[in-house]
Design a protein around this ligand. Structure first.
Ligand code: BES
Ligand code: MN
Ligand code: ZN
Length: 512
């Protein structure tokens, strides 16, 4: 894990492998961003023109490395692009938190293999310092637990170890607000990175039981109450949805309940995560080309887990219950068949027409169970439908809800933390497509609007009068392209920061 400090040291005397400065795209070429004054001075005030000579323009994602000026302890200056220069660059906090987060992430990734880097980016206030810290910690992430190396490769790998130490310059280490923002950034980034680890862990090592064990250990460490329902308890409790999805697997399902409580809480949030540790499709088997990344189908549960632990670490004054609905969706002689009817935890019956529409089945049971505690709101997070990816692409999650104001609040909270999302409707006319001749409802409906159909299915299992929202993260949960900003290849940890923000807003009384 990368270590992080706030430092007031002056750039020339800093013992580090690199000093990171910001360069923005100005109207007439690259401009050096505030925070890098000492570095610029050491280049006789010519850093912008030096960078221009080297081909830098200040665009987002751009990295330019140059030797540090003489007299500097650090050997390297890394200029990272911040994108367009803001209108009033001299105003504090003019650059915006997401631009800082992304630039810090790009720099941290480019510095893999280095031990220590000092970030001299334009920090205008405490929130900016937190954004730089968060971006650097998220950008420094790498998943190499499964890379077995020969001795020679190990030496080569050494050159790629994640940046070990980050110093954020330009802040006020003794100031309460700065301290709080840094502490927040560290807790959120560490737990988010843990969610990424869970998503990236191959499904032969992360089955429902293993996931439950990880959650149990973390809960104990952070004073969170944990309860794990195994297959026996699930049978006794009548969790037909979770059991039906897990029926085909050698690895039985689990329902994990994580309860974080604060003595000062006035509100209670329930987060519910889809935790399909592998989605083969079941008897309605996915064709080759559609199952290679299906270890990511527990990303919702990973996000919920991370958010509850982060809330506990930050001591938020709100009660947060996390529900992880864990199962492996496999075909076998004991698997649920298309045509089977499941009796769900709520008592409703569901005709399973397609065993690949399994997420809604495990979520339905967990949402119904979560409803019994009558929380102020339920938010479920799920890699639920390919249709949502067709609608919104690979970087944006869909937000559906039974309450317009709540849906808007979630979209805005996501925006604030740098997670792209978009509000989606739940058109009532799509409900009749799920009418079943045999049961109360079928697990599939019309193909058109498939993401909304799934949302309408879940809505049926939300307790009377409870505010509920559904985040379909199928697009952004797993990143298959080249890394960008602070987003690596593989598990992204999407929705963690939105959930944490929701908990903070609820604690502050600014939500619901
Ligand atoms: N886990 C998938 C959705 C998914 C697809 C997530 C691609 C991430 C990437 C889900 O369980 C699924 O298979 N959904 C089906 C539903 C259909 C059978 C109604 C889908 O979207 O095709
Ligand atoms: Mn599926
Ligand atoms: Zn699935």
């Amino acid at each position: 894990m990368t270590a992080l400090t706030l430092s007031t040291a002056a750039a020339p005397g800093l013992r580090a492998d690199a000093i990171v400065v910001g360069v923005a795209a100005g109207a007439k070429g690259p401009v050096v961003a505030p925070g890098a004054e000492a570095v610029d001075k050491a280049y006789d005030g010519k850093l912008a023109s030096v960078l221009e000579t080297l081909g830098a323009g200040g665009g987002e994602g751009e990295v330019t490395k140059l030797p540090a000026p003489s007299g500097f302890k650090a050997p390297l200056v890394l200029a990272v692009g911040l994108g367009a220069e803001p209108e009033n660059p001299e105003n504090g906090a003019a650059y915006g938190t997401e631009a800082l987060r992304r630039a810090a992430g790009v720099a941290a990734r480019a510095l893999a293999g280095s031990k220590k880097a000092a970030f001299a980016l334009p920090v205008g206030d405490a929130e900016d310092a937190g954004a730089v810290a968060e971006g650097a910690l998220l950008g420094a992430y790498s998943f190499d637990a499964y890379k077995e190396m020969t001795a020679k490769d190990a030496a080569a790998k050494k050159g790629k170890a994640p940046l070990a130490e980050v110093a954020v310059l330009g802040g006020k280490p003794r100031d309460k607000a700065y301290k709080a923002e840094i502490e927040r950034a560290v807790a959120v980034a560490e737990e988010l990175n843990r969610a990424r680890d869970l998503v990236n862990t191959p499904p032969n090592d992360l089955n429902p039981e293993a996931f439950a064990a990880v959650a149990t250990a973390a809960a104990k460490e952070h004073g969170i109450k944990v309860q794990v329902l195994d297959e026996k308890a699930l049978t006794k409790g009548g969790y037909g949805g979770i059991l039906g999805v897990g029926a085909g697997s050698e690895a039985p399902p689990r329902l994990v309940k994580l309860s974080y409580t604060s003595s000062k809480a006035k509100k209670h949030l329930a987060f519910v995560g889809k935790g399909i540790t592998y989605d083969s499709g079941g008897i309605s088997l996915k064709p080759a080309g559609h199952n290679e990344t299906m270890k990511c189908d527990m990303a919702g549960a990973a996000a919920v887990f991370a958010a509850v632990v982060a809330a506990a670490r930050l001591g938020l004054e709100v009660n947060v219950t996390g529900w992880l609905a864990l199962a492996e969706n496999m075909p076998s002689g004991s698997a649920t068949r298309p045509g089977d009817v499941l009796r769900m935890y709520s008592g409703k019956t569901v005709e399973v027409l397609n065993t690949d529409a399994e997420g809604r089945l495990v979520l339905a049971d967990a949402i119904a169970k979560a409803s019994e505690e009558n929380p102020d709101a339920i938010v479920d997070v799920a890699t639920l439908t390919g249709a949502m990816m067709l609608a919104l692409g690979n970087r944006t999650f869909g937000v559906m809800a039974n309450d317009d104001a709540f849906r808007t609040a979630i979209h805005e909270a996501a925006e604030e933390v740098g997670e792209p999302s978009w509000p989606m409707p739940l058109p009532a006319d799509l409900r009749k497509g799920m009418d079943s001749a045999t049961a109360d409802i079928a697990n599939m409906g019309e193909r058109m609007g498939g993401g909304l159909v799934a949302g309408l299915f879940l809505k049926e299992f939300v307790g009377e009068g409870i505010t509920w929202a559904h985040l379909d993260i199928a697009g952004p949960a797993f990143h298959e392209g080249a890394p960008f900003g602070y987003t690596p290849k593989g598990g992204t940890g999407t929705a963690v920061r939105t959930l944490v923000r929701l908990a903070e807003l609820t604690a502050a009384g600014d939500l619901g």
